[in-house]
Design a protein around this ligand. Structure first.
Ligand SMILES: NC(=O)c1ccc[n+]([C@@H]2O[C@H](COP(=O)([O-])OP(=O)(O)OC[C@H]3O[C@@H](n4cnc5c(N)ncnc54)[C@H](OP(=O)(O)O)[C@@H]3O)[C@@H](O)[C@H]2O)c1
Length: 251
């Protein structure tokens, strides 16, 4: 495992699922982790687990869709630890829709704000610090949906995640040569509590039948990919998307 001792990480959506696994994995590698989540108690639960394992963590409640809250969150982390080495943009999520005709304008805007604008706001807020340091690792949690299309969620989710991959590439080139890398992971279906509880038995069976490995991925498997991209060793990898989908989609 990479050594992240002395590094400071911000992980959004750290209260559950992939974000929580990423926060725990980065902490095990030695990073101090700011656990950012919408509700105070969820980020706090991850912070407690990190602290119980001997790690350093801070819980910062924040709605990543709101620029003022994101700026205050980043200020708080810098005030506490003086730097930001890693940003993992985990905030996101889908919404079922069989057809684009079912998607209201409001739902479309909300989906873009949750999956794309939140990452834009967090990147913008950490970049001045990373540029000053001449070091940074940004990892955006996209989806197989953004590489192809979502079979579970609506077109607004697919479009938002494809947009996140575009932001990843553009920003990577913008900061190339400044010690900062920007990458994405694109998970296939992952066995998070949210996904498991949203699938009925037939849907789960159909999903497993489409998985060449015959199973869903785990949050820890995505977190391992995040940790690689967040490591100092991944210094020549930027603008890339790392697929974590058990060969469900190969490009
Ligand atoms: N699970 C999958 O199969 C899968 C596959 C591909 C990609 N992804 C992507 O991976 C990321 C994480 O997904 P997940 O399934 O692990 O999610 P999850 O288990 O639903 O966890 C998301 C966490 O983020 C919090 N959150 C929601 N809105 C927020 C906001 N505006 N600001 C801050 N925190 C917020 C949630 O709080 P509340 O619970 O209070 O809402 C929750 O604690 C998402 O971007 C998702 O699109 C997931």
């Amino acid at each position: 495992m990479t050594d992240l001792a002395g590094r400071v990480a911000i992980v959004t959506a750290a209260g559950s699922g992939i974000g929580r696994a990423a926060a725990l994995t980065l902490s095990r590698a030695g990073a101090a982790v700011a656990c950012v989540d919408l509700k105070p108690d969820t980020g706090e639960a991850t912070r407690r687990d990190i602290a119980a394992a001997g790690g350093k963590a801070l819980a910062v409640p924040c709605d990543a869709r709101e620029g003022a809250q994101v700026a205050a969150m980043v200020e708080r982390v810098v005030a506490a630890w003086g730097r930001i080495d890693i940003l993992v943009n985990g905030v996101g999520g889908g919404q079922r829709a069989a057809s684009i005709l079912e998607i209201s304008e409001e739902a479309w805007e909300g989906m873009l704000r949750l999956n794309l604008t939140s990452a834009f706001l967090c990147c913008k807020a950490v970049l001045p610090t990373m540029l000053m340091q001449g070091y940074g690792r940004i990892v955006n949690v996209a989806s197989i949906a953004g590489r192809s299309m979502s079979t579970l969620q609506g077109a607004h989710y697919t479009a938002a995640k494809a947009g996140l991959l575009g932001l990843t590439r553009h920003l990577a080139r913008d900061v190339a040569g400044r010690g900062i890398t920007v990458n994405a992971v694109a998970p296939g279906p992952i066995a998070t509590e949210r996904i498991l509880s949203s699938l009925d038995p037939q849907e789960k069976e159909r999903l497993l039948a489409r998985s060449p490995m015959g199973r869903l991925g785990t949050p820890e498997e995505v977190a391992a990919a995040v940790a690689f991209l967040a490591s100092p060793e991944a210094s020549f990898v930027s603008g890339a998307t790392l697929d974590v989908n058990g060969t469900m989609l190969m490009l």
